[in-house]
Design a binder for this molecule. Structure first.
Ligand code: DPP
Ligand code: ZN
Length: 857
């Protein structure tokens, strides 16, 4: 397979300043005719051959300056067209079959409508084109189709003309004045209804907003529209970015590989990130809608106005845009809670990637299939890296850096280096060593050892770091790490101010004076750097921080460390009684603490995820970890029973609304049930059933059902059936019904997954449904790591079956098997065996092939 390398980048020999596309739409057959204005790129080596990417296309007609093209040839699936001069007009016709496009890349049919997905390399499945992000064109799109089948015709930019033909067809023309790469092209045609609203930008532009959905779904679009308006306003206020067209359209599509797509002026979304109402969406779903609507909107500047030179620069737009959506959500809700949630995601999804066979820097050096690089590393670690710049510069300077970046590169295809340079010049930072964060993969391990000298009152911190070897990078340099710390006085419970240590070496020491007593160290406050931190904190220190730290992340972290110590220790030597008691006391204090709100309380009551513990325990016995975790839950549930039931009772009286107090109440309710369930099944089942039956919202209903679903009680089957019947016509809720069962911590969970795969509602054609069942199962350690190896086999079977249908989605399941190095040897061998079985398949997509080969290495 071909490996593409970052350092091989060459500018395109030909530019395409303008493209006119004409679509004759049909579900079975769509004819596309493109006219490309091409000219030699003065800044590239001269090449008289125009290289046009194609994927599964045939040129039905090919003209140069109006005459049949001569001398053209195919190179694999690409088209090579010799051109005599400096500038030409090339016309090409292609025929597409949207109904059979199960990959969901290019033009495809979903639910009777036509839609597109072009990032990263989908446009070449529509038209022969230099399908690379550094070729920017002005698009004019004319669509015509049957008025009955496709009453609504949308594309990028603004609609500039429309009309009817005598034969029952109608047409619309859309023009996008902003030059863009082909991956931002989009088209939607179908029977859609809109929620409409408007927004006036800070410059006075009146923008028509519309959220388009299938008829019947319009009542579930209010939150998406509100999120869009909030995003537009927020980006003006916080980043000074204004919208630049008269129209902004969002369309929700039920068959979608990713979360959403930022096509210029026409964002296309997975329905799960648009549709939300209290009856069908949880509070978490509402947050996800707000975050993703914001994310895609923010791309209009960080991605569209300034795009990427090549796909190695993906984090330029994604890391930055994730940071922007995180900041937005923090401002819309609770900054402290949002930070904890984002770190939890990073640890659960990115840390395992960074320490496994697929580890790559946020700016990768090579790839075979770019779809495999839409990763937690490029996105979430990418956001952490830019967040560190912001921490070092401070908010105002950071804003100056981002202003300079947008100003310098508006209209360009830029690189990560351009961003770093703009931050250096605009924010006044020296980022020479910091560039290592773009080059080196692996999560740095940082160890902080503290000594105290009673005579001089001096505290010394000895900081050591080590960046682990990753594939292709055996030896690493020390990273620059902004480490926020505070030194607490044990007696007063206060500290003398937060400091940011700028760590630059493998080993260095920092000294502070004025400490009569040894202080308690609070380190990596706010998670100021994406590292694994080791300290020598005693249980007493952690208990102190869990109770007194004024940084809410650090407080959460101290509790997490206590949990982690207990859980990792318990798998070897059983529970540590004094530590368990200290944890119970700290949790009790969290329940009683009136100074924190319920949103934060819910966070603090959560035990670390098994998939994070596996990282720390390596080689791990996942089921032993799971059992230790259940034992700790049971212990806490028993010790805190009175307080947890009181908490559940108190929270149950709070009426439904979307405000923080009401959401917090729902969060602690389900957390209380989770702990109580491990202690007293029968009593908790009664409580959960009551919560389910009384629920007037999905958060309470789903939370109760998820708890029930893990219990062996008669009402379990009845409630699952009730849930299915109640929401039978709502695909997103039926996804939940699948996921709740696949996440159950029960011995028969794999039987259940097998049965569900045969359920009439299950289909391999819909990525949301496949993920609801199988991604949930793969993430359920109790199921996936079943000692028989059956969970591994089921995921391998799925990959093999899904690959011919939808390779991009199939490849996403491979990394679960690739984590074998972290698992005890007996299971690890079985995981490898399943990877080998996939590798041996007669034909595999490039996507799955790359992931499997790397995972076996
Ligand atoms: N660029 C898209 C995003 O916003 C890819 N799904 O993340
Ligand atoms: Zn994005």
């Amino acid at each position: 397979p071909d490996t593409i390398r970052r350092l091989d980048y060459q500018p395109p020999a030909w530019l395409v300043p303008d493209i006119a596309l004409e679509f004759d739409l049909g579900i079975e057959l769509t004819k596309v005719r493109a006219t490309l204005t091409v000219r030699q790129n003065p800044d590239a080596a001269r090449d008289q051959t125009l290289h046009l990417c194609g994927d599964n296309l045939a040129a039905m007609d090919l003209l140069v300056d109006g005459n049949p093209a001569e001398g053209w040839s195919m190179s694999g699936s690409n088209l090579l067209l010799p051109l005599p001069g400096d500038a030409h007009e090339v016309t090409i016709e292609t025929h597409l079959h949207p109904a059979t496009n199960s990959q969901l890349m290019g033009l495809y049919a979903s639910n009777g409508m036509l839609c597109t997905q072009c990032e990263a390399e989908g446009f070449r499945r529509i038209m022969f084109f230099p399908d690379r992000p550094d070729v920017l064109s002005r698009y004019t799109v004319r669509m015509k189709g049957d008025r009955g089948a496709f009453p609504i015709l949308l594309s990028n930019g603004d609609m500039t003309a429309s009309g009817e033909d005598e034969d029952g067809t109608h047409w619309a023309e859309w023009t996008d004045p902003w030059p863009k790469p082909s991956y931002l092209f989009a088209l939607v045609a179908g029977d859609l209804v809109a929620r409409r609203d408007g927004f006036t930008t800070m410059g006075g532009r009146k923008v028509d907003l519309a959220v388009w959905v299938r008829p019947g779904d319009e009542d579930r679009t209010e939150h998406a529209m509100r999120s869009l308006i909030n995003s537009m306003k927020w980006d003006e206020e916080v980043f000074g970015r204004e919208y630049d067209l008269d129209t902004f359209n969002i369309v929700a599509v039920s068959d979608f590989n990713m979360g959403a797509m930022e096509n210029k002026g026409l964002n296309i979304f997975n329905t799960r990130y648009i549709l939300a109402d209290p009856d069908t969406a949880t509070d978490g779903d509402f947050d996800a809608v707000e975050g993703v609507v914001g994310h895609e909107y923010f791309h209009n500047w960080s991605g569209n106005r300034v795009t990427c030179r090549d796909w190695f620069q993906l984090s330029l737009k994604e890391g930055f845009t994730v940071l922007r959506d995180q900041m937005f959500s923090a401002d819309m809700g609770s900054e402290a809670v949002k930070r904890i949630e984002d770190v939890r995601i990073l640890r659960a999804a990115q840390f395992p990637e960074d320490s496994g066979p697929l580890a790559h820097p946020i700016r990768p050096d090579s790839y075979q299939e770019i779809s495999n690089f839409y990763t937690a590393t490029v996105y979430n670690k990418g956001a952490e890296v830019i967040r560190m710049m912001r921490t070092m510069a401070g908010p105002e300077k950071f804003r100056q850096g981002s202003d300079l970046y947008f100003q310098r590169h508006d209209g360009e295809a830029a690189t990560c280096e351009d961003f770093v340079k703009a931050m250096e010049d605009g924010a006044g930072l020296d980022l020479s060593q910091f560039r290592l964060w773009y080059e080196q993969a692996g999560t740095p391990r940082v160890n902080v050892a503290m000594t105290h000298d009673a005579g001089s009152g001096k505290v010394t911190l000895e900081v050591k770091q080590q960046v682990p070897a990753t594939p292709g990078q055996p030896v690493k340099k020390p990273m620059p790490i902004p480490l926020k710390i505070a030194l607490f006085d044990r007696g007063t419970g206060t500290h003398d101010g937060e400091r940011t240590l700028q760590i630059t070496k493998a080993s260095e020491t920092f000294t502070f004076g004025g400490f009569a007593q040894p202080p308690v160290l609070s380190a990596n406050r706010g998670f100021s750097a994406p590292i694994q931190l080791e300290t020598e904190a005693s249980d007493a220190d952690l208990t102190f921080l869990a109770a007194s730290d004024d940084d809410s992340f650090a407080r959460y972290e101290a509790l997490q460390q206590l949990f982690t110590r207990e859980l990792l220790g318990a798998t070897d030597s059983g529970p540590n009684e004094p530590r368990r008691a200290a944890i119970a006391e700290a949790m009790g204090a969290v329940i009683d603490d009136t100074a924190i709100d319920d949103m934060m309380r819910g966070e603090l009551l959560m035990l670390p995820a098994i998939n994070f513990l596996i990282e720390l325990a390596a080689p791990a016995d996942p089921v032993a970890l799971h059992e230790a975790r259940e034992r700790l839950k049971a212990y806490l549930g028993t010790r805190l029973r009175g307080r947890l039931t009181a908490l559940h009772d108190r929270a149950s009286t709070v009426a439904y609304s979307l405000d923080a107090a009401s959401r917090g109440a729902r969060k602690v309710k389900t957390q209380a049930l989770i702990l109580l369930a491990a202690a007293d099944r029968a009593e908790t089942a009664r409580r959960a059933e009551a919560q389910y039956r009384a629920a007037d919202n999905m958060t309470d209903r789903q939370g109760a059902l998820a708890v029930m679903s893990g219990l062996d009680v008669p009402a379990r089957g009845e409630l699952l059936a009730d849930f299915h019947a109640r929401y039978a016509d709502n695909a997103l809720v039926i996804d939940k019904w699948f996921a709740i069962q696949a996440s159950a911590l029960r011995s028969d969970v794999l039987d259940a997954v097998e049965t569900l795969a045969g359920h009439e509602d299950f289909t391999m054609k819909n990525p949301n449904r496949v993920r609801a069942l199988y991604m949930t199962m793969a993430g359920n350690p109790f199921a996936f790591h079943d000692a028989s190896g059956r969970g591994y086999r089921m995921i391998a079977d799925l990959v093999l079956k899904l690959d011919p249908i939808n390779p991009q989605t199939a490849a996403r399941f491979v990394p679960w098997l690739g984590r074998w190095r972290k698992i005890e040897p007996v299971r690890a061998a079985m995981m490898r065996e399943q990877l080998s079985r996939i590798a041996a398949a007669r034909s595999l997509s490039k996507d799955v092939r790359e992931q499997v080969t790397k995972s076996l290495d």
